[in-house]
Design a protein around this ligand. Sequence first.
Ligand code: N1C
Length: 266
Amino acid sequence: MEHEQSRRLGKRCVILIVIVVLIVISAVVFGLTLKSAFESTFLSRCEKFDQYDCKKVWDAFQQAYVNKDPCKVPVEAYDPLIAAAPFKPQCNRMMFWSKTKDVVHGFTEKRDCFVTLEDTLLGSVLDGLTWCGKEGSKDTNTTGCPGWSDCENNTVRSFWIRASAAFADVACGNVTAMLNGSINTPFNPTSIFASVEVPRFIASRVKNLNVVMVIQKNNISNCTDPSLKNLRQSIDTGITFSCKDVSESRIQECGSKPQIACRTCW
Ligand code: N1C
């Protein structure tokens, strides 16, 4: 009787141990092989581009911030990433912007007239995402990361500064920039456009800088704004400058009418 009971108990114990072992094994296997949602997004966006080894790009990306304090990621930490997915110059088609992201992309999504940083591999895989690492961890976090202005060397800001610099470095020919006529200082010295990109336009590569000032109904500035004078003065001598006020509705019209030639949009 007692013998029978202890045999059953022993059997249950064995079953329990087997279940626990199975759970532990599957958790380990799962943890090792399961990609985070972030990595999946990165890789699936990356795979839309031919000629790049996305796994290599992912590894180069990760080494910039993994196992680091998210406020201590300098701009240079992304140098290997830029080297793994360099920007190709697209003369006369490069489009820069400041505080006009939605208008610009509303247009570039529909028409193949210009190339923005978000149309390149690195810009497109990371657009709209937040990421950071943590000291002592191999993980990529997508929450609890420092905000844009919380600390200088934050993971996300350093990336956009590095990528913008590399994109501006290859600018050539006629360069276009869309600025926002609905804000006080369309050319703001603290923006990435003013502080990182414009200083990299060099006369030996860039012929003209053409500003498109996006004008909405209640615009408060236009091409006559004093900040535009600062822009004109800060560009490398030898680069010619122009600025044109263009209504947002005209930009949208041009986006939706493929019969309008790119060069006659504005
Ligand atoms: O600071 P900004 O504008 O002047 O930066 C825009 C400028 C563009 O010309 C791009 O080439 O810098 C480049 N750039 C991006 O491509 C980009 N994509 C997404 C800079 N920032 C970018 N972001 C996000 O927009 C970024 O995370 C940050 O929050 C904004 C900066 O845009 P802004 O202030 O309108």
